[in-house]
Design a protein around this ligand. Structure first.
Ligand SMILES: [Fe+2]
Ligand SMILES: [Fe+2]
Length: 475
């Protein structure tokens, strides 16, 4: 695949060979930049930032690092190379050659899948636009901007597909990506979690741990798609996504670290004492976990879903690591256990596996989250602090699916609406607690090598640079 890095839009899709498409994307580019300037990271256009830029799809050297101003970032279109003779890995068309063009009968479904994925990318940039003003360090500020520019590139990836394969409808959808805005009452982003605020850095790290990880699972299932350009696009996006989750996991881990140090220093686990000492107590972090986990598992949709079954049968959206699954990949007669409400209890019930594709993906996701939580728990263990984080039950605080009809505790016990009203502030951050977290983050820490009091420094810097490297020059 030839890579054209010097074109107005860097790409490995031979854009120069397709003048019409090139012109259409070049016409969208200024609108994108205008959106970036208005709703991207606030007041940052003059900063020189040590950023990673994708320049190739070669696993061994796909990116380079250097100082860039974000509006000059080289947002490019990169697809993984086509796999020769790839066949559709699942569903009714299993074994047939993959599609290089959109099959007419699946056109609107595919467009909706691409638009829904694409919409999340600029949404998170909008959610995070003011965080830079309260960053805990230069290192963390760089991480934020790195994620922001890469979510911008992910938007480019989806917009490319819309322009290249969906004609006029696709172009209109590409425009609409810049018209919906996170939290806008008139034109909100499509999915709930992407209209929530990301008001502070604890929320940001939780978001990149939990919500970017939803992205990993959605992209992984689209990376199996029979529509080959979508599969190849998502495969490459996943290489960038890994770093976003690293930022989340290590960010939360460093906050835990700092809190444990303070607990040991002051010989206390009293939340008020710890808050007065300027760190975030562990029970409060548990509340943030409860919140972010619950809004993120909503993103997987209904437990029993005919839409998801159709996407699967039609070969549009597969399961996580489809090839590694040991079944016939059509799910014709298979069953799968799904959590359901039965009277006042939550039980497992067998459903046709085809209808339970969402739930299966959610289970893969929960398992992955649990591994991260286990690593966080190790930090406390190592520090000699007797506290453990737990993922809340999947029925807790849900807005989508069977559990949106009931109220449940983090342990999965069904409670009455009145109980919920009395007790939900035990389980999720209250306004006052959010205000406390915000109060730790009123000023940015931007001196190289310095860190805010509530977070420990990272173990190492970015790309082999020292932790106290000047990652951003403000000019
Ligand atoms: Fe993304
Ligand atoms: Fe991401």
């Amino acid at each position: 695949m030839s890579i054209d890095l010097n074109a107005r839009i860097p790409n490995n899709v031979d854009l120069a060979e397709n003048r019409r498409l090139q012109r259409a994307l070049e016409a969208w580019q200024p609108n994108y930049l205008q959106w970036w300037n208005e709703l991207g990271p606030d007041g940052t256009s003059g900063y020189d930032i040590y950023l990673r830029t994708a320049i190739s799809v070669d696993a061994k050297g796909w990116a380079n690092f250097g100082f860039v101003k974000m509006p000059d970032y080289r947002w490019g279109i990169f697809l993984n190379p086509a796999q020769q003779d790839r066949t559709i890995p699942f569903g009714d068309h299993k074994g047939q050659p993959v599609w290089q063009e959109v099959p007419g009968e699946y056109r609107s479904t595919l467009r909706r899948l691409i638009v829904t994925q694409g919409d999340t990318e600029p949404a998170s940039v909008e959610q995070q636009r003011r965080l830079g003003l309260t960053c805990p360090s230069l290192y963390d500020l760089r991480s934020l901007f790195q994620i922001n520019v890469e979510e911008g590139r992910h938007l480019w990836a989806m917009v490319y597909l819309l322009h290249a394969y969906f004609g006029r409808d696709g172009r209109e959808e590409a425009e609409a990506m810049l018209e919906r805005h996170s939290g806008d009452s008139d034109k909100p982003r499509i999915l709930g979690a992407f209209n929530e605020k990301t008001p502070d850095w604890l929320s940001f790290f939780m978001f990149t741990f939990f919500t970017d990880r939803d992205g990993k699972y959605q992209l992984s299932s689209l990376a199996e798609s029979g529509f080959d350009p979508l599969a190849r696009t998502c495969q490459f996006m996943l290489t960038e996504e890994a770093h976003h989750m690293f930022v989340g996991e290590s960010g939360v881990g460093r906050i835990i670290q700092r809190t444990c140090e303070t607990m040991n220093e002051l010989k206390t686990d009293d939340p008020e004492t710890l808050r007065a000492a300027g760190v975030i107590d562990l029970p409060l972090m548990q509340k943030y976990i409860n919140f972010h986990f619950s809004v993120s598992i909503d993103l997987f949709g209904q437990e029993v879903s005919t839409n998801a079954a159709n996407y699967f049968t039609q070969g549009l959206k597969g399961r996580f690591q489809e090839a590694k699954l040991d079944d016939d990949h059509t799910l014709a007669d298979e069953a799968y256990k799904v959590h359901v409400v039965n009277g006042d209890r939550i039980v497992l019930a067998e459903q046709p596996a085809l209808l339970a594709v969402n739930e299966r993906l959610r289970n893969d996701y929960v398992e992955d989250c649990q591994k991260g939580v286990d690593r966080w728990n190790k930090i406390m263990q190592k520090a000699g602090v007797a506290f453990e984080f737990r993922l809340p039950h999947r029925a807790f605080h849900r807005a989508i699916g069977a559990f949106s009809e009931i109220r449940a505790t983090p342990d999965g016990k069904i409670v009455s609406e009145a109980d919920w009203t009395h007790r939900h502030s035990e389980w999720m951050p209250t306004d006052a607690e959010r205000a406390f977290v915000g109060s730790l983050m009123t000023k940015p820490v931007i001196e190289p090598g310095k860190f805010a009091n509530w977070i420990a420094p990272p173990a190492r810097g970015i790309n082999g640079q020292p932790v106290d490297f000047e990652y951003i020059r403000f000019n």
